[in-house]
Write a protein that binds this ligand. Sequence first.
Ligand code: CA
Length: 420
Amino acid sequence: MPLKTSWVTSANSADHPFPLNNLPYGVFSQGDDDPRCGVAIGDMILDLRAAEENGLVVLMEEPLFEAPYWNDLMEQGPAVWTALRNRLTDLLGEGSPAQAALHACMVPQSDAQMHMPIVVSEYTDFYASRNHAFNVGTMFRGPDNALPPNWLHMPIGYNGRASSVVVSGTDIRRPWGQVKSPKHDLPAFQPSRRFDFELEMGAIVGTPSEGPVTVQQADDMIFGYVLLNDWSARDIQGWEYVPLGPFQGKATATSISPWIVTKAALEPFRTDTPPREFALLDHLKDCGPMLYDIDLTVTLTPAGGAAQQISRTNYATMYYSAAQQLAHHASSGCPMTPGDLLGSGTVSGTEPDSRGSMLELSWGGQEPMQIGEATRSFLEDGDRLTLSGAAQGDGYSIGFGRCTGVILPAQPDPFAETKG
Ligand code: CA
């Protein structure tokens, strides 16, 4: 499928992230106006609340874009998702008769502030990159026991906190937490000294389930994908994680990119999961290509320094798809809801420069990275960490935009007054 052209001419270039083929969904505000739903086209945003009020986008009798989040639209299901995408493709396509009427609904992205695109109902994070699981397991347990015994049979994960999910651009404050002290037998409560990022994709569930679902049904439930950074305090995580898994080490914040790239936009980029070492149980078996060929990069910018790319990998390297994660999640009868966010797990490739966390890139701090004049094993205060992603089509690109955050210093001791 070639580049589809739009009357918004900035959208008509091979390397622009938001051509007519993409049409990603976000929530934006301009000046002091209320946030509202919008769709990105080139360097502009179509204000969907205004377009709906003006009768240009009318999908149902009741309005779908009154609220500043996409949950209302998602809950309508795939037929309405398709109807909206078709309507927007017509409205924004080259030669559209609605062009003059739409001008009053267009906002430059440079004037817009982005907000959370959805109300996150629940957040679960998985661990689905074999390379990442092998690297981390090797550091913690040695290469012979790197993969847990369950790993090749199901996509393992943990329940995270919906309240911790923030939109790209939100500053991230270094957390305090309980860590194992290297010098003493007793643990200490202190600011994390091994604060890290995790390069992930997030899948957004659009429709609910009330019992087990097949992998195909799970894929049909997914509305779209975002970039996701699971900020991780390795020293807190390392002390707390046995036997119940990550808890406070992952609870500070999880950042997502502001634009939801729909599953429909990603259709041309579907890829298969890799060959299976053990056949999966029937309810988790692959039933078609459900991963995506999405290039992912990570840049680190020290305060006052230049941005440097520190990793490049691809979502297609994952062992489990989001559809398999969702099918596994629902297999117990766990109800899944619109706005459920599923983190893929850190995306790491096979090469040292394709690893998706500082823990792996610096090999637990044993091999610090050179970032311009600076060295880094983990993130320092003032560092900006940015994830980017794009699927490359024939003469066009499906971009995810950026997922970025700056590390702020830890707050002063929150319990100083209670100390004797
Ligand atoms: Ca993670």
